[in-house]
Design a protein around this ligand. Sequence first.
Ligand code: HEM
Length: 149
Amino acid sequence: MSPEALLGFCVLVLFAGNETTTNLLGNLLLCFDEHPEVVERLRQNRVLVSGAIEEALRYSSPVKTLPRVTTTETVLGDQRIGPDQFIVVWLGSANRDEAEFPDPDRFDMEREPGYGSQSPDAHTQANARLCAEAKRGCYTKPRKPSSQL
Ligand code: HEM
C-alpha cells in the first residue's frame, strides 16, 4: 500500500469512526431530552439500553445520506432509475418509512428491529436499506480508480 493510500485510509477511519459515533451520542442525548420518560425507564431497567441505542440510530440517523451510482436499471417505488445514474440515498428518510416501522415518528426502544438490525452493530441500521438494494445488485459506491489512490 502506498503512503498516500495508507494516509487516505487513516483519514477514512478517523472520519468514519469519529463523526458517526459523535453524532450517535449527541442524538441519543437529544432523544433523552425529548423523552424524559425513556430515561426514567432506563434507570429502572438497564436491559433496555441496547434497544434505546438501536432506536436512536433509527429515529435520528447519525448518517442521513449516502451517494451511490446505479449499475443497472431499477425501480424504487414508482420511480424508474436508469443505469449509471448518480443517486443520493436518504437513510434518515428510510428509517422513518411507515411501511417498515409502524408509527415511525415515535421513539420506541422496544420496537421490533427493522432491516438487519437484529445484530447490535451500529452499521446495520444505517446500512440496512442500502444492503437490501445492494444485494439486488442495483448500485455501487462511487469510487476513484485505483490509479488515483
Ligand atoms: C454509530 C456509529 C457508526 C455509524 C452510524 C456508521 C455508519 C456507516 C455507514 C452508513 C457507512 C457506509 C458508508 C458508505 O457505504 O458509503 C459506514 C462505513 C464505514 N464505517 Fe462506519 N459507522 C459507525 C461507526 C464506525 C466506526 C466506530 C468505525 C471505525 C473505527 C467505522 C468505520 C467505517 C469504515 C472504514 C467504513 C467504510 C467501509 C467501506 O467503504 O466498505 N464506522 N459507516
